[in-house]
Design a protein around this ligand. Structure first.
Ligand code: TYD
Ligand code: MG
Length: 441
């Protein structure tokens, strides 16, 4: 049995309300609630209707664990972030700012996967000529990558239904460019994106097909609205990087089939994205000048220790209010460390402009980098070079103490493997003064 009820749906954000109101309670927009009839299943006892049938309930001990069926993307780094490959019938959202390389990464992965299973690549933003140009640049001419340029969700759904048995993966580039006739709002709006993603994801699940959706990050950093898509999909990955740097990090934000602490490192080159299997070795190989202000550190990217260089430049300021500029660390953290250096070890930066940069375009938001930042600042201020064989990590507290950080042993292992013979951390130096002495500043 079914019944029809009236509900009100916001054309901007897709929020649902049982009664009409002038202002949407979720996005705050006025006059966006539209009336819609919805057919609902009617059960005599609604509570019972939702319960699992008695014969279907099994004890935890009896549940058999199927081996999760995964498809390798052909990239070790991509597979690692996914938890070992794309799980069949899962929906993956690959989000990132414009121009970072989402289409490039997926076209390269599609080509690699297509040697085993054909891939359907739905290009909703570009025409086939543009895809061809990109594929030439990437030297991809695979027959098994089927490109379909379409924005209509209905047309895409029928194509998937028609060819589902012959394909192994569907890529939608991008979900924001799709248009669904079932939603009244304009293409790209949150309501449309949500509708398109849920229709396609259900369809692919029915055929046990993995689906990868590309999602653009809007100005505020969200993916097409307030966390709309993150709930609909199984895996959310972010491709991050600075426009001026060629390093790209692929980070897991949600993963129903793996750890969200994994990070994949890539480099954008002339022939697309190249994975960097040992980023610490790569970052250190790029280290050229040993001048005051440069100190190596071991920071955590997810669960992975990365060796990179903290660079600092301290120069006399002609301004009343000297400059403080950071790339890769938090501005307020620098202000705190400058205050600690002044009060605990007497280093005064009030007449100097201070610049801090993390090499490789990596953003570090964990406190393990504090000690290396302090040493780099002191090294530049005093114009003393820190030995190239020294790496430093540790959280610096307000009292000038150096604190232990997570995964200390793994950090030391990685630093030693890359070739650092002296590692300064909380074990060797309990406070900033001792750390400065050990670094020879
Ligand atoms: P693209 O994959 O189109 O980014 P997105 O889909 O995330 O918007 O890649 C865009 C940038 O990558 C563009 O500026 C050109 C650059 N690029 C390379 O540097 N090398 C390459 O081989 C390719 C294909 C692109
Ligand atoms: Mg693109």
């Amino acid at each position: 049995m079914s019944k029809v009820r009236i509900i009100y749906i916001c054309s901007k954000c897709g929020a649902r309300s049982a009664k009409w109101q002038g202002k949407c309670f979720e996005c705050g927009e006025f006059g966006t609630l539209d009336e819609k009839e919805e057919v609902t299943a009617l059960s005599k006892n609604p509570r019972l209707g939702r319960m699992v049938g008695k014969d279907k309930a099994v004890s935890l001990a009896q549940i058999e664990l199927d081996e999760v069926n995964r498809i390798s993307t052909g990239f070790v780094e991509f597979d690692r972030v996914l938890g070992g490959g794309v799980v069949k019938s899962s929906t993956v959202l690959l989000a990132g700012g414009p121009g970072l390389g989402k289409s490039t990464l997926l076209l390269q992965a599609a080509a690699k996967i297509s040697s085993i299973l054909p891939v359907l690549y739905i290009a909703a933003e570009e025409v086939s000529g543009q895809i061809k140009l990109r594929s030439r640049r990437l030297a991809i001419e695979e027959d098994n990558v089927l490109v379909f340029c379409e924005i209509d969700v209905g047309v895409i759904s029928s194509l998937i239904q028609d060819i589902a048995p012959q394909i192994g993966l569907v890529v939608i580039d991008s979900i924001q460019a799709l248009s669904s006739a079932n939603s009244n709002s304009y293409p790209g709006s949150v309501a449309q994106v949500r509708e398109a993603a849920s229709v396609l994801s259900l369809l692919c699940k029915r055929y046990s097909l993995p689906l990868i959706l590309v999602g653009h990050i809007i100005k505020s950093g969200a993916i097409a609205g307030p966390k709309t898509l993150e709930h609909l999909v199984d895996v959310v990955l972010y491709l991050e990087g600075e426009q001026l740097s060629d390093i790209r990090l692929l980070r897991g934000m949600k993963n129903r089939f793996g750890s969200v602490l994994e990070v994949g490192v890539f480099k954008m080159g002339e022939k697309g994205l190249e994975e960097i299997l040992d980023p610490s070795v790569r970052f250190m190989a790029e280290r050229k000048l040993m001048v005051p202000g440069a100190v190596a550190s071991v920071v955590l990217e997810g669960a992975r220790p990365l060796v990179l260089e903290v660079q600092s430049l301290v120069s006399p300021s002609g301004f009343e209010k000297p400059l403080r500029n950071v790339v890769g660390i938090k501005y307020n953290r620098l202000l705190m460390l400058l205050a600690v250096l002044r009060r605990r070890v007497g280093l005064n930066f009030s007449r100097y402009n201070v610049f801090v940069n993390i090499s490789g375009g990596v953003k570090v938001f964990e406190p393990g980098v504090d000690l290396a930042v302090c040493l780099a600042l002191a090294s530049s201020l005093k114009d003393k070079v820190v030995d190239a064989k020294i790496a430093a990590f540790g959280e610096v507290g307000l009292l000038g103490e150096v604190k232990n950080v997570t995964r200390q042993t793994q950090r030391i292992e990685v630093a030693s493997r890359v070739g650092f013979s002296k590692i300064i951390c909380a074990r060797e130096a309990s406070n900033l003064g001792k750390a400065l002495c050990l670094a020879g500043i």
